[in-house]
Design a protein around this ligand. Structure first.
Ligand code: TXA
Ligand code: MG
Length: 318
């Protein structure tokens, strides 16, 4: 059994395991992370190997507080302001890396920048404290697939190779953190997530969101990502033969045999928390030919949800 209840004694053990170069999957408020000591090149290499992640794709470095963050990244006034307002939370800041900060080169894919986040989850924060190290923590799923929002998702994804998994129950936010690039003059939202563009704008003013014209800074920006097994079709009002429906709201189209409703009350936060479980549930149904997705409101968290769904629906590479 690799899934454990994170009692204080176990978190201490997990911290030791991390210091010794082992991997530990841990809950955050967004999705589960696959943790490794970010200063240990071999431990970080093991994360890339287990996820089968291209080593050109840098990892988010989780830290316990502002002091640990400032030791790794160079904060300017904008970065400090955002961090003060939104950490701990679903915000990742891409900053210039502080030389001599001690991070494994592989963790940042050799870039001169670093992505930093203080997660807002008691287990993640206790684990960071126990490990006394910054933790590299990509989402705990094989590269390109649906992110885990339950400990059981992590176990199912990695099977016999699963690391120790700290069980924190269901992630309350359910989509990944919002990644804001502040490493240059012009801020840019590289990935929409748990913190809305409106919330970022309230602190920094309007910030552009990366699109096809923005140079790709990480595969989280690639068109095909977050993919279930079945093909995904967006904006559906009517079923095609054999499709399941990922629904939203009270008024549903007719003719779908299998329906998972992200939020009957049309609540976007609830829909985010149910998104990945919902995709998984439909994906697991024998005999379905595809997943149809109802339109979602294009505001607030709805933009992050549509971002993930568009990538899930994008044509896949062989
Ligand atoms: O909510 C989250 O962010 C979760 C939890 C576990 O914290 N983590 C997560 O990590 O989603 P991951 O590795 O699946 O996604 C990290 C994203 C990728 O799109 C990566 O390319 C980008 O952040 N990223 C990391 N470092 C970067 C950097 N230096 N510059 C630009 N993008 C970076
Ligand atoms: Mg990921």
């Amino acid at each position: 059994m690799t899934i454990v209840t994170p009692l204080p004694q176990l978190i201490q053990e997990a911290g030791k395991l991390l210091r010794a170069g082992g991997l530990v999957a841990f809950p955050t408020e967004t999705v589960y992370g696959l943790g490794a000591d970010a200063t240990n090149e071999q431990a970080v290499a093991a994360v890339f190997a287990l996820k089968q992640r291209p080593c050109t794709n840098p990892l988010i470095i989780h830290v316990s507080d502002m002091a640990q963050a400032e030791a790794l990244g160079i904060f300017d006034a904008r970065a400090r302001y955002l961090a003060r307002r939104l950490w701990p939370g679903a915000l990742t800041l891409v900053l210039r890396q502080r030389p001599g900060g001690g991070l494994a080169a592989l963790a940042t894919a050799g870039l001169a920048t670093v992505a930093l986040r203080v997660p807002n989850h008691p287990v993640a924060l206790s684990l960071l404290e126990a490990a006394q190290r910054p933790l590299a923590g990509p989402s705990a799923n094989p590269s390109g697939r649906v992110s885990p929002t339950l400990a059981q998702h992590v176990e199912a994804a990695f099977g016999a190779q699963a690391p120790l998994i700290l069980d924190g129950g269901a992630c309350t936010i359910g989509v990944e953190s919002t990644v804001v690039d502040l490493s240059g003059e012009q801020p840019c939202i590289l990935r929409l997530g748990g913190v809305t563009a409106e919330t970022i704008a309230a602190s920094l003013g309007e910030v552009p969101i990366a699109d096809e014209r923005t140079p790709v800074k990480g595969p989280g920006m690639l068109s095909a990502h977050y993919a279930p097994r079945l093909p995904v079709r967006l904006g559906c009002e009517e079923p095609c033969e054999g499709e399941g429906l990922l629904a939203f709201g009270l008024t549903l189209p007719e003719g779908f045999a299998h329906i998972v409703n992200l939020s009957e009350t049309g609540n976007l936060a609830e829909a985010a928390a149910n998104l990945y479980s919902g995709l998984r549930a439909l994906d697991a149904i024998e005999g379905l030919t595809g997943i149809a997705v109802m339109p979602l409101p294009q505001r607030g968290l709805g933009l992050a949800l549509m971002d993930r769904l568009r990538r899930a629906a994008a044509p896949r590479q062989a």
